[in-house]
Design a protein around this ligand. Sequence first.
Ligand SMILES: C[S@@+](CC[C@H](N)C(=O)[O-])C[C@H]1O[C@@H](n2cnc3c(N)ncnc32)[C@H](O)[C@@H]1O
Length: 205
Amino acid sequence: MNADISKVLERLEKQSELEKSRKIYVSPEDKMLAITKETGELLNMILRLKKAKNVLEVGMSTGYSTIWCAEAIMGKQSRIITIEQNTNKIARAEKNFKDANVSQIITIKSGTAKKVLSELNQKSKNKELFDFVLIDADKENVIDYFDLILPMTSVGGVIVTDNMLYPEKYKEHMKKYAEHIKKHQNVHSITLPIGNGEEFTIKLE
Ligand SMILES: C[S@@+](CC[C@H](N)C(=O)[O-])C[C@H]1O[C@@H](n2cnc3c(N)ncnc32)[C@H](O)[C@@H]1O
């Protein structure tokens, strides 16, 4: 892995560890709430296997997961569109992307996920579809996000959703989400006990 990228990932992992172990106080709105390193590695592998080019992320925070995705697809005429509503986190992510030297393939959409996804949905009618999507924003609206994202996903495209099994407080809601996904005829989906629990959904013909 490129040294600039691994340096930033390691720094963010240390920060995330301090935050999760509560060794430092971080206000709720400033928390990274990042995916685990294991999940980052899994996303990176999926992107490489798929040779993905068009990535969408819902819930960027300070960019830890975005950098894992960027590392897999750099230099292949690829792009990542990522959505975040917290302007302070956007500023932190921009610095992390610059330090990791991945800014050139990342477009940050500032705003609420539903609004940005609805706009992308309108624009996507005649455009290239996403071949990989990570859903990791608020959990309350996750079903709406999925329904907006599925039409923008290519056949064979993968949608990964974080926090299926942990934290405990989301478990019931995420179970309903998994049931909602399985109502669709044109997807195949499984819950993987990796990291905080990852839903792995593939769009079929
Ligand atoms: C779990 S964190 C994302 C962590 C990130 N994927 C990572 O691994 O580094 C969720 C992020 O989604 C953002 N968020 C929550 N609700 C949102 C919404 N409705 N629209 C846009 N962003 C939202 C939060 O500000 C937070 O930064």
